[in-house]
Ligand binder design. Structure first.
Ligand code: GUN
Ligand code: FE
Length: 426
């Protein structure tokens, strides 16, 4: 019998599908070689002699997945939340991202980001750095140390931002990107991988996008960017790229819109039918970032319509558009925003349910990383053990009720233990 069994005991909760939250009080999650085998109420006799990690009374849930977060923006979350996107980028974001040119600053800031991410409930993330090569490598070093699994991007931007935060030409941006990738290769990271990151269409010239496609094909990189977030931004893209049928087409023209390129597009608040159709065809992952969409008054994405069409959807914090990194918070925000949308925008689209948002924040986003985000057989063990007893209650609640409350009440302080890709971090 394999010595590599890991058995977790506690109150287990996960969502194999958006319709169904499986909850088991006093259950066992049995894993072998870091992979989930099954969840059971009774341990089979052959496993009785194996050590059990006993988390009785605690919640055991899949690690949460943040499909869209800006690491350099962690330092100013909660600031400038009275602005819309383009003003906020110019007044808050670009001046702060400039600081990451200074490696001492980058190290200090990214240590804080990585440590807080490690302590919180998220286990995987798609992360934006800045345009700086050295700073982005520091970010990757810190994430590697933290044990979190992450795709990380050095940002590309060669137009429409101030001199202090712009690569001076497409050639410079491409050369920097290649240099970054060479350095990444030398580092031989284990849990951190590079991801191509054109900031958004307004930041990238056609020459840059053409060059990025070549790099993407040569290095076989996944891609992340922003799509149809804000109406002012969308009008601007129409002016900048009049030949594109819609915003997403401005990426697709360069072969940077899914298909055989695994792609995450953040927001998709205003995607029209044609764009949605292309996103579905190309298997685009939508990072729904409800708190950011609220803070920057971007709008409310039609998430139920995306789910009904069978599109890939996960959740993103979009720090610092969103002020909170925990994807529990994104789950609660997703429900709240969907209710406002239902009430004020489209009564044919029912609000999202708790199992649906739990699914989005675990298996929905997790599938971008492979078999991740569930406790079904064959899934990598990503799990968080949470003590919810601090949310005191005068009567006994079901596991499902406790999970639901946790989504709304969790403040990031109660993760007792964490497993990522089969390995215990703490
Ligand atoms: N679009 C381009 N850059 C950004 C950014 O940093 N945050 C958000 N929310 N949208 C963007
Ligand atoms: Fe963003």
């Amino acid at each position: 019998m394999s010595e590599n069994y890991l058995i977790l005991k506690g109150d287990i909760c996960y969502t194999p599908s958006p319709e169904k939250m499986v909850c088991m009080e006093d259950g066992y999650l049995v894993c072998e070689n870091g992979i989930c085998k099954y969840v059971t109420k009774e341990l089979p006799g052959k496993l009785l002699d194996f050590p059990i990690s006993d988390y009785s009374g605690k919640l055991i849930m899949p690690g949460l997945i943040d499909l869209h977060v800006h690491a350099p923006q962690y330092s100013f979350r909660g600031l400038g939340m009275d602005m819309e996107l383009l003003e906020w980028l110019n007044c808050r974001t670009f001046p702060e991202e400039r600081n990451y040119q200074d490696e001492t600053y980058a190290k200090r800031a990214y240590e804080i980001f990585a440590e807080d991410l490690r302590r919180g409930p998220n286990t995987r993330a798609c992360v934006f750095g800045t345009l700086h090569v050295a700073g982005t490598l520091i970010l990757m070093d810190e994430l590697e140390k933290s044990g979190i699994c992450a795709f990380v991007g050095k940002v590309n931007m060669d137009r429409n931002s101030p001199d202090f935060l712009r690569e001076q030409s497409a050639d410079e941006s491409l050369a920097n990107t290649k240099e970054w990738l060479r350095q990444v290769k030398k580092k031989e990271y284990h849990s951190v991988k590079p991801m191509l990151t054109p900031r958004f269409i307004p930041s990238c010239t056609d020459a840059l996008m053409e060059g990025l496609k070549q790099i993407q094909a040569e290095w076989r990189l996944p891609v992340q960017s922003h799509l149809s977030e804000n109406q002012g931004e969308i009008s601007w893209v129409k002016e900048l790229s009049p030949q594109s049928a819609f915003y997403g087409d401005a990426y697709d023209r360069f072969g940077l819109f899914g298909g055989d390129v695994p792609t995450v597009m953040a927001h998709c608040v205003w995607s029209e039918e044609e764009e949605q159709k292309r996103m579905k065809e190309r298997g685009i992952y939508i990072a729904h970032c409800p708190q950011s969409n609220e803070n920057l008054a971007s709008g409310i994405a039609p998430v139920r319509a995306y789910l009904e069409q069978g599109m890939h959807v996960g959740l993103g914090s979009d720090v610092a558009g969103g002020a909170h990194m925990s994807i529990f918070r994104a789950m609660a925000d997703a429900v709240q925003m969907s209710k406002i949308r239902w009430r004020l925008v489209d009564q044919s689209q029912k609000p999202l349910t708790v199992p649906e948002v739990f699914y989005l924040g675990t298996k929905g986003g997790g599938s971008f990383f492979g078999k991740v985000g569930s406790f079904e057989s064959g899934y990598e063990l990503d799990a968080v053990i949470i003590d919810d007893s601090i949310y005191r209650h005068p009567q006994k609640l079901s596991v499902e009720e406790r999970a639901e409350r946790l989504i709304y009440l969790h403040d990031g302080s109660t993760v007792l233990h964490k497993f990522v890709a089969g390995k215990q971090l703490f």
